[in-house]
Design a protein around this ligand. Structure first.
Ligand code: FES
Length: 202
């Protein structure tokens, strides 16, 4: 996303709700008075939770002030972790894994499906504002590669057609059934095959 676009979407102001201010107090109290900065991650997480799953720039300045640390220190943390979103995300947030096992098994085609149906660039909302997507590193489901995460759910064993079908369903404001597109149970073999037990002397 360009700097011009990023500055357009920023609110003028951010502050925590009363409820979250109580949470902030609890988090800060976990650390020595001279180590308030240790609560940075927890406070950024609270910002994201309160602000529709993304962290605006005024919130970074606000958190820095609350913790008594330089703005840049909080900015560095918020830009380091891919779990923090620095621009608005859709109701359906698609994260496509492109690390080696997923890449070998076709994640590029899944990225193309996102570009075609959601938005040309990652971190941008679809036309109907329901979806956005991003590329991420390994999500720990390599054995069912390629895969993508949508909100809290994993969609695995994908191919281009299945990915397109899922994305089209999201754009209709419906969440498809998560799991393996090949109906595998967790990481079990496909159909009735039994690992090792079918092989003599294995
Ligand atoms: S490489 Fe994609 S989940 Fe691990």
């Amino acid at each position: 996303m360009t700097i011009k676009k990023i500055s357009k979407i920023q609110p003028d102001f951010f502050e925590f709700s009363k409820e979250n201010l109580l949470e902030v107090e609890k988090e800060i109290q976990k650390y020595p008075k001279t180590r308030k900065a240790s609560a940075t991650l927890a406070l950024l997480y609270l910002v994201q939770k309160q602000n529709d799953n993304w962290i605006p720039i005024p919130a970074i300045a606000y958190v820095a002030k609350l913790l008594g640390v330089p703005y840049m220190q909080v900015y560095e943390v918020s830009t380091f972790y891919s779990m923090f979103n620095l621009s608005p995300v859709g109701k359906y947030f698609v994260q496509v894994c492109t690390t080696t096992p997923c890449m070998i098994r076709g994640s590029k085609k899944i990225l193309n499906a996102c570009k075609k149906h959601i938005s040309e660039n990652q971190h941008e909302l679809s036309k109907n504002k329901l979806c956005s997507w991003t590329e991420v590193e390994c999500l720990g489901a390599c054995v069912n590669a390629p895969m993508m995460q949508i909100n809290q759910d994993y969609f695995e064993d994908l191919d281009e057609n299945k990915a397109e079908e899922i994305i089209k369903t999201l754009l209709e404001d419906k969440l498809p059934k998560p799991g393996s597109a090949k109906n595998r149970k967790n990481t079990a073999p496909e159909k009735e095959r039994m690992t090792l037990l079918e092989i003599k002397n294995a």
